[in-house]
Design a protein around this ligand. Sequence first.
Ligand code: NAG
Ligand code: NAG
Ligand code: NAG
Length: 498
Amino acid sequence: MKGLLWKLAIFSCSISAVHSTEVNRDEIVVKGPGLMPDKIVMPARYFFIYFRGEKYSGNETISSDDVKVVVSGKTKSDLPCRVWPNLLNRKDSSFIVRYKVVGDPCYDFIINIAYKSAVIPGSPFFTKGPVYPDECICPEENIDHWLADNSCNTNDKQIKADLSRFHKVDIDAFYDQAIKRFNNSYSASVCHYVVKSNEVFRNCYGQHVGFKMFMDSILLSIARKVVMPDFELFVNLGDWPLMKLSQSNLFPMFSWCGSKETADIVMPTYEVTESSLQCMGRVSLDMLSVQGNVDKTWDKKEEKLFWRGRDSNEERLKLIDIARSRPDLFNASLTNFFFFKDKEEEYGPKSKHVSFFDFFNFKYQFNIDGTVASYRLPYLLAGDALVLKQQSDYYEHYYHRLTPWVHYVPVKRDLSDLIEKVEWAKANDEMAKTIAKNGANFARNNLLPQHIFCYHVSLFLEWSKLLTRPVVVRDGMEHVLEGRGKKCECDRIVRDEL
Ligand SMILES: *[C@@H]1O[C@H](CO)[C@@H](O)[C@H](O)[C@H]1NC(C)=O
Ligand SMILES: *[C@@H]1O[C@H](CO)[C@@H](O)[C@H](O)[C@H]1NC(C)=O
Ligand SMILES: *[C@@H]1O[C@H](CO)[C@@H](O)[C@H](O)[C@H]1NC(C)=O
């Protein structure tokens, strides 16, 4: 406690009592998983500061220069913790604060927030600890506690629908058939995973199994955070779902994309999962950064539909034709020719790379299928623009919670009403802006790293309950070892009775 007081004294010496006129301090709301760093471990923890209340929907912004966040703590051996903070201005009077804890577990953890040099109500936020870096292998032993701490929705409709096809699952009943089908397959790549005593094992089959790294990393990341029940599953590493409803011998297959014609069990895509795991790490585009790199607010954006992408679907060529016919409404071009190389002359030249953040200098964004669902939809929703979405038989794990005309504007699959829909948006700017905001709120409430972890854990937990046989590590399975994880001194947090 002495250490804490000392740090506060230092902090308050450096600030003077200036009071803000534009912001009513009573309206400031600070919330998010990053305020419970002892209970919620993430690669980058995050929370939100709403300077004009959570519901504010005006277009006034707060200058980043007026907001100061200091995160500190000390290790067991009384050294300062290594914490990297990062402030993202959403330009709607709210901010995302993210921070990465590295090195040793941290104690007497303090988050100090000041606006215009005066601490805001509630600050400093104090956590006794331990606060584990994401690398620490210190899993919570009670999965129900973990789900509750993370406010996970344990009643997801997609999970229920996907698993409802399978009542009692005896893996041995289809194991040989599955191996036979995928061993030496040219068209599909599949891995069989076993999670046993919170350790990960796998065998992969097929020609291109590189994407196993995505599955490895989410399983290992979860295993560092919470003790999972034993389970085993087959994971499809390819784009297309595999279990066609028209075929008779269906067995449970986990895929990143679902479709109306297949029975695959969907998981969050490797794209949004990996960006959750690499938040403030290897990737620059993730569900938080996309909100904090808004250059132009709604009124300043160009009133055109902006699109860039590769030629992975014939309808994408059609989009180029439509865009060329109405340059007043569209700025769309292809960035790569692979599937329709012979059409490069007609539909080229390929345009040079545009940063994804710059997409949002335009009011209207388009989500059009590639080989399957386009995995960019989470980012398009999170950015502050209106999403037009092509209707499609493919879906991702959260599509069932999206409502057309609430979160996005639907466009026919053959794009025949695309021009009409852009014209509608232009003529109905207030409604377009509202739908854009709803989409962004959806992403904030459903697609952030915490939600991605929750979905995986809930899905694996429900799945494990269906398995009828004790899970065993099979002959020849590779033990997937921690690349990032490390042994830390794991102290139990003192928990109030739930
Ligand atoms: C806020 O919105 C109003 C009306 O939509 C607009 O006139 C004004 O320029 C906007 N202000 C900013 C700072 O964008
Ligand atoms: C898969 O095919 C390879 C090569 O044909 C064979 O050696 C191997 O035993 C097969 N594996 C299984 C599990 O059937
Ligand atoms: C389309 O957008 C890009 C990126 O902002 C810009 O460089 C280009 O000039 C635009 N094209 C047209 C025709 O406006």
